[in-house]
Design a binder for this molecule. Structure first.
Ligand SMILES: NC(=O)c1ccc[n+]([C@@H]2O[C@H](COP(=O)([O-])OP(=O)(O)OC[C@H]3O[C@@H](n4cnc5c(N)ncnc54)[C@H](OP(=O)(O)O)[C@@H]3O)[C@@H](O)[C@H]2O)c1
Length: 302
C-alpha cells in the first residue's frame, strides 16, 4: 500500500508530537512536522520528516504542504490561554487566522483532508474570544469543501504535558494549593495517546466530515481531578479556592504588562466547564478510553 504523507502543523508541540509518533508507528503514514524551528525538534523515526512553516507566513505553508495528502492543525500560541497582542499571540490570529491560512495553503497544494484539534468549549457564538475563534475556525473548515474531521478535546494530559505536570510540580513545592474558582468546574481529562489514536484513525478514513468531542471516560470536577493528581504524584496537600472575582481583578492588572502571565479571558478559560459527550467518538472510532487514575500514573515521577 502506498504511504500517505500527513503534515502536522504544531507537530513539535505536546499533542502534535503524540500524533506524529502514533502515525509514524503505523508504517503506512509519513508524518511531516511543520515547525518554525526544524533544527530544534527531536523526533527520531524513519517515517518522520520536517518542514519549516509559520502560520503567519503563507508562502512557507504552501511550500511545506507540497505533496501532502492531509494536514493536521495542532497549533497553539506560546503562553496560551493568555494572549499577548504585541507579539501577535491572540486567539483571532493563531486559532482562527491559522486555520484560514492552512486551509488556503491546503487548497493551493491540493491537500484533500483537514484534521483540526479544536477544543471542548469551541462555540462561534461565545463571548470568550478563544472559544469563539475555535468555533469560527471549525465553521471555515466545514465550509471549505475539503474532507475534514474536527476533534474537540477537554483537558489533554500525558507524560510531556504542561498543565497536569505543572499542577503536580506545584503540589510538590507548595504546602497548600489554590484551585481556580469554585473547583466545581467540570473537566474530562483525556490521555494524549487516546486522542492521537483517533486522529490516526481519522487519517485512515474514520469520522469523515464529523466533529467529535474528546474526553476521558470519567467526568469530574476540577477538585476531583486534583485529588487524582495528588494520589498519582504522592504530593497530597490541602486545597483552597481562589475566588473567580479576585482572579479576574488580578488578571485585569496583569494583562496590561508587556508579558502578561494572567488575563481575564484566561480566568474564564480555566473556570469554564469542559465536559464532553464521548458517545459519538466511541461509536465512530471504537476507542477504549483510558481512565485518569490509570493514565496519570506517570505523575509518580514528578
Ligand atoms: N493541551 C490541552 O490540554 C488541549 C486541550 C484542548 C485543546 N487543545 C488544542 O490542541 C492544540 C495543540 O495544543 P498543544 O497543547 O499540543 O500545544 P503546544 O504544546 O503549546 O504546541 C503548540 C505548537 O504550535 C506551534 N506553533 C506556535 N505558533 C506557531 C506559528 N506561528 N506557526 C506555526 N506553528 C506554530 C508550535 O510549533 P513551533 O514552536 O515548533 O513552531 C508548537 O508545535 C491547540 O489548538 C490547543 O488549543 C489543547
Amino acid at each position: 500500500m502506498e504511504q500517505k504523507t500527513v503534515a502536522v502543523a504544531g507537530g513539535s508541540g505536546f499533542i502534535g508530537r503524540a500524533i506524529v509518533r502514533r502515525m509514524a508507528a503505523t508504517g503506512g503514514i509519513k508524518a511531516r512536522v511543520l515547525t518554525r524551528n526544524p533544527d530544534a525538534v527531536r523526533l527520531d523515526s524513519p517515517n518522520v520528516e520536517f518542514a519549516r512553516a509559520d502560520i503567519a507566513e503563507p508562502a512557507s505553508l504552501a511550500a511545506a504542504l507540497n505533496g501532502a495528502d492531509a494536514i493536521v492543525d495542532a497549533v497553539q500560541f506560546e503562553g496560551y490561554p493568555v494572549e499577548n497582542p504585541a507579539r501577535g499571540q491572540t486567539f483571532e490570529r493563531v486559532d482562527y487566522g491559522g486555520v484560514i491560512a492552512l486551509l488556503a495553503a491546503a487548497k493551493q497544494a491540493g491537500v484533500a483532508q483537514f484534521i483540526y484539534i479544536s477544543g471542548a468549549a469551541a462555540n462561534e457564538a461565545s463571548s470568550h474570544p478563544g472559544f469563539r475563534a475555535k468555533g469560527r475556525a471549525e465553521r471555515a473548515i466545514r465550509e471549505s469543501g475539503l474532507s475534514y474531521t474536527t476533534f474537540r478535546p477537554s483537558l489533554v494530559y500525558g507524560p510531556e504535558d504542561k498543565v497536569v505536570s505543572s499542577l503536580a510540580k506545584a503540589l510538590k513545592f507548595a504546602p497548600i494549593f489554590g484551585v481556580p474558582g469554585t473547583g466545581r468546574q467540570k473537566v474530562q481529562p483525556v490521555l494524549v495517546d487516546d486522542l492521537a489514536a483517533c486522529v490516526t484513525l481519522a487519517i485512515q478514513g474514520r469520522g469523515r466530515n464529523g466533529t467529535y468531542e474528546v474526553g476521558g471516560p470519567d467526568l469530574m470536577t476540577f477538585d476531583e481531578m486534583m485529588r487524582i493528581i495528588m494520589n498519582a504524584s504522592g504530593h497530597r496537600r490541602p486545597l483552597f479556592h481562589i475566588p473567580e472575582g479576585l482572579m479576574r481583578a488580578i488578571g485585569g492588572l496583569a494583562e496590561k504588562l508587556p508579558k502578561p502571565m494572567l488575563s481575564r479571558d484566561a480566568v474564564t478559560f480555566v473556570t469554564a466547564d469542559n465536559a464532553c459527550d464521548i458517545g459519538p467518538l466511541r461509536e465512530e472510532f471504537g476507542i477504549n478510553l483510558t481512565p485518569a487514575r490509570v493514565g496519570m500514573a506517570y505523575l509518580s515521577k514528578k
